[in-house]
Design a binder for this molecule. Structure first.
Ligand code: SF4
Ligand code: SF4
Length: 362
């Protein structure tokens, strides 16, 4: 098989495994290596220290896989329609509102779904003489940069990769290989004069076209950030309890979204669960509810921290008893955010403006 035939066979193999797109980039330095180092220098990556630790490897594929010649970039569409608004579950629980979870986390953990497919592709490539390293999301490789270089889409002003037919609803994965495969051409940028993602961002995290300050991004604040959420940003988080899709929902290219072929990305029941029910979760119940979900990765304390913020922003007096219990939680992260939520609800109810009880000592 020559290189072109091998590539054709690879694309068929990837599609059969469930990948919706597969393209090839040469394993050179990524086009935005310098910008990536500048971004780190400005500390816009927040607490994501691992990005600093392997910054050189991220910008030089040969340090990850000596002899790497090609990067196979893969995309899997995860878009699923909203859970039915009149579902039995929601009707039963209509008294309390649910929080918002980013669409990519509605179903099962994409790492667990995609990694076995990458192993299968690796085995297939080994049969054809290649040595590989493969990653989904967490590897030392600038995935979006190589995806754009391979023409899988273009990097929009939101910094997300946009595929002209599937929009931004793609999980990206990549395989470095020692095999020489014909590289694809990059795709032209189709954002034009649009700035909808920048306008839609609740926190101003897209500070300029193609520039994201992760420290302001709700996805970072509710997922990667391990500590308290800065108080000034809490009101801007609204009812989001895991990630944020606002810049994606605003993107006109997402009107072409198509149903995912992978049924395991469909919304699980927790997507429509009332916020208050989450406050009753102990460690064991949290692990059971989120088994096989990406949400399990942030563990109970961070998740309940987020739930308290959402309740502080949207809750009513009905939430106060559960929040008072949470305010006594042994985990200080939960306790402090529950106290903040109680304060917010109390302020909204006007109780804070009531005269303080007199002690008669004056
Ligand atoms: S995910 Fe949300 S907070 Fe982050 S850049 Fe997009 S709109 Fe802004
Ligand atoms: S919303 Fe507009 S500017 Fe932003 S990524 Fe989409 S097309 Fe580009």
């Amino acid at each position: 098989m020559n290189a072109a035939e091998l590539k054709t066979a690879l694309l068929a193999e990837a599609h059969a495994l469930g990948f919706d797109v597969c393209r090839i980039a040469a394993a050179d330095k990524p086009p935005h290596a310098a910008e990536f180092h500048d971004w780190l220098g400005e500390e816009k990556h927040g607490d994501m220290a691992w990005l600093e630790r392997n910054a050189d490897r991220r910008t030089d594929p040969s340090l990850v896989l000596p002899g790497a010649r090609s990067i196979i970039v893969l995309g899997m569409n995860y878009w699923n329609r909203d859970p039915a608004p009149d579902s039995e579950f929601k009707i039963q629980n209509s008294k309390f509102s649910a929080g918002r979870v980013a669409r990519y986390a509605w179903g099962d953990d994409y790492h667990e779904i995609i990694e076995p497919k990458l192993w299968q592709l690796d085995a297939w490539l080994q049969e054809h003489g290649g040595a590989q390293r493969q990653y989904v999301d967490t590897g030392p490789i600038l995935e979006r940069d190589f995806a754009a270089l391979a023409g899988l889409g273009w990097q929009g002003k939101s910094t997300m990769l946009i595929h002209p037919k599937l929009g931004t609803w793609l999980f990206l994965a990549s395989i470095l290989t020692t095999l020489e495969l014909p590289a694809d051409e990059p795709m032209r940028d189709h954002c034009g004069k649009c700035t909808r993602c920048i306008t839609a961002c609740p926190t101003g995290a897209i500070t300029a076209p193609h520039e994201l300050d992760a420290r302001l991004c709700i996805s970072y604040l509710t997922i990667e950030n391990k500590g308290p959420i800065p108080e000034a940003l809490r009101p801007l988080i609204g009812d989001r309890i895991y990630g944020c899709d606002d810049c994606l929902d605003a993107c006109p290219w997402n009107r072409f979204a198509q149903q995912s072929r992978e049924t395991r990305f469909a919304a699980r029941d927790f997507v429509t669960m009332p916020l208050l029910d989450f406050l009753t979760l102990d460690d064991g119940a949290f692990r059971t509810l989120f088994r096989g979900s990406p949400i399990k990765r942030i563990k109970r304390a961070r998740f309940l921290r987020n739930v308290c913020v959402a309740l502080g922003n949207t809750g009513t007096a009905d939430a106060l008893p559960a929040l008072k219990t949470a305010a006594a939680d042994p985990d200080p992260l939960i306790a402090e955010h529950a106290q903040w939520a109680i304060q917010q609800i109390t302020l909204r109810n006007g109780e804070a403006t009531s005269p303080a009880p007199t002690t008669g000592a004056a």
